[in-house]
Unconditional design. Structure first.
Ligand code: GLC
Ligand code: CA
Length: 562
């Protein structure tokens, strides 16, 4: 499964369109591997574990923010965009990691957070120290409050994490202006109407591109531009992860964002090996998403429509069709994703009824007691084969390859996601999908930190992680890890996979069947009875047992040579 050096070199330099069908591994740095024993993942840990990514067969890694940060939102509160958080390592280590990843044929994508900085960023400290109306304050959204003493927030916008999107500061010892934060109060929104903000971020992009970084994932790409005058939202506050169901939302998906990304594209294209962008944009529809992917804007975007679609053949068929059709109009490749650090792990999502919405947050799902983890795992295996057989790119969230589930019983006192506090302890937030990875051994820290580490992992790992460590799965041909490795190896070898043709094949209800070019087909059975496989087909890879006899059991998928 490993590649020879020549092959690695081809893949790395192999064309400026590598991103069109790359499989990207999302590396949540705090929870991947701890190199220095303080219980928090770091760059040394990643460097020591790069072999895992090579053996898995992914093409690139996306590393969540590693910049200096007070960590009130897991690093999405950036205090300095041009440095590395000391808990994670040093700039030298970061440079070495990029080089080592490149030597293994892996591209490196970082995460940029342009919607807001940390309240500890120099710009915000200076804004607080400066007077209302000053140029320092103009870098953020400061406003006087409403009501006679200005004691009401300037408008009715809500923080994605709960509560008002405004916090009041003191000016000259007295209650003063308010500032906007669509996320935590420690994450003030930058004012993108100010040209200094645009210039600063283009310079930050260059800073990392000059250090060999291959691209950026853009955090909250749909949030940067706010409507002039910051008008009230009206109606209920809404969550970022819910579809934005209005065309003129005052702070999500405003048309002005596109000009910003045209500027970024020019920066990326100015490099001989052009740098790429992937948008995190939670928007209303595939059509709205496609606007970010016009030829002079961003390269790809996360397809949250696919992630939000329940385990239902008709719904998935529609989501796939719709996604393919809309990106095709702008000439961009689709991408597919099942999990990330913001949503419930898909083993837990697929293994129980969805009671509300699309099931990406715990409150959308039937209680934990209804979870059938084995069912979730079977479906996760089938979903992986579906995803990797679709045209375009795919994202693997660290731990997907181990079949990790959402840890739903973390004790209240260890919860760190700001959502927990800001929701008045009603929403437990996203910590359950961020528990440190189990690598080896039979007890915590499961090789996440070395034996004898000073500290325990920053979130406690459940005892039953023992059954899903990399070590436990590595030599087991029936494991999730073996399935991922086999699927990614085949995806690389098979000319029909990745970018290219896609055609639905006739199939019964509850079944998805499609071909990729000539000679390859994928069948997924979402019904509750077995379905026959096409006559004369040979199974190249099956998601589980019982596929051999020409029939596909429920909740299974097969890759076929036809
Ligand atoms: C994005 C990140 C999420 C973070 C938020 C604010 O949605 O994925 O983790 O909390 O932005 O930066
Ligand atoms: Ca560490």
């Amino acid at each position: 499964m490993r590649m020879g050096t020549a092959e690695v070199a081809t893949r790395r330099t192999g064309g400026s369109t590598w991103w069109r069908d790359a499989v990207v591994y999302q590396l949540y740095i705090r929870s991947f591997a701890d190199g220095n024993g303080d219980g928090i993942g770091d760059i040394a840990g990643i460097r020591a574990r790069l072999g895992h990514l090579r053996d898995l067969g992914v093409d690139a890694v996306w590393i969540n923010p590693w910049y200096p940060s007070p960590m009130t939102d897991g690093g999405y509160d950036v205090a300095d965009y041009r440095a590395v958080e000391p808990v994670f390592g040093t700039a030298e280590e970061a440079g070495a990691l990029v080089d080592e990843a490149h030597a293994l044929g892996l591209r490196v994508i970082l995460d940029i957070v342009p919607n807001h900085s940390s309240d500890q960023h120099n710009w915000f400290r200076q804004a607080l120290a400066a007077a209302p109306g000053s140029p320092e304050r103009a870098l953020y959204h400061f406003r006087p409050g409403r009501g006679p003493g200005g004691e009401e927030p300037p408008n009715d916008w809500r923080s994605v994490f709960g509560g008002s999107a405004w916090t009041r500061v003191t000016d000259g010892g007295e209650p003063g202006e308010w500032y906007l934060h669509l996320f935590d109060a420690t994450q003030p929104d930058l004012n993108w109407a100010d040209p200094r903000v645009q210039a600063e971020f283009e310079s930050i992009l260059r800073f990392w591109f000059d250090r060999g970084v291959d691209g950026f994932r853009i955090d909250v790409a749909h949030g940067l531009v706010k409507s002039d005058g910051l008008p009230d939202l009206g109606g209920d506050g809404e969550n970022m992860l819910a579809p934005v169901e209005r065309t003129d939302h005052p702070h999500w998906d405003r048309d002005g964002v596109h000009e910003i990304y045209r500027g970024w594209r020019r920066v990326g294209d100015s490099y001989p090996d052009p740098r790429v962008f992937v948008a995190e944009a939670w928007v209303d529809s595939p059509e709205r998403l496609a606007r970010y992917l016009r030829p002079d804007e961003l390269h790809t975007a996360f397809n949250f429509d696919f992630l939000r679609t329940p385990w239902d053949a008709e719904a998935l068929r529609k989501a796939i069709d719709h996604s393919l059709a809309t990106v095709a109009e702008v000439g961009a490749p689709p991408t597919w994703v099942l999990s990330n650090h913001d949503v419930v792990r898909h083993v837990s999502r697929l293994g129980r009824p969805v009671t509300n919405g699309a099931g990406h947050s715990l409150s959308d799902l039937a209680p934990a007691t209804t979870l059938d983890r084995e069912l979730g795992r079977r479906r996760a295996r089938a979903a992986a084969l579906l995803m990797f057989a679709l045209p375009g790119g795919a994202y693997v969230y660290q731990g997907d390859e181990l079949g990790l589930w959402e840890v739903e019983d973390l004790p209240d006192e260890v919860l760190q996601d700001p959502t927990w506090k800001r929701s008045g302890n009603t929403d437990r937030g996203r910590d359950g999908c961020r528990v440190p990875l189990p690598w080896s051994g039979t007890a915590p820290p499961f090789g996440f930190s070395q034996d004898g580490a000073r500290s325990t992992p920053w979130l406690p790992q459940p005892a039953d992680f023992a059954s899903v460590t990399v070590e436990a799965q590595e030599d087991d041909p029936a494991s999730m890890l073996s399935l991922y490795r086999a699927a990614l190896a085949l995806r690389h070898e098979h000319p029909a996979l990745g970018d290219g043709e896609f055609t639905w094949l006739p199939s019964g209800p509850g079944v998805l069947a499609f071909s990729r070019g000539s000679g390859f087909a994928c069948v997924v059975n979402l019904s509750d009875s077995p379905v026959p496989l096409p006559a004369g087909a040979t199974v190249l890879l099956g998601s589980g047992p019982g596929i051999a006899d020409g029939a596909l059991p429920p909740d299974a998928a097969a890759w076929l040579a036809v």
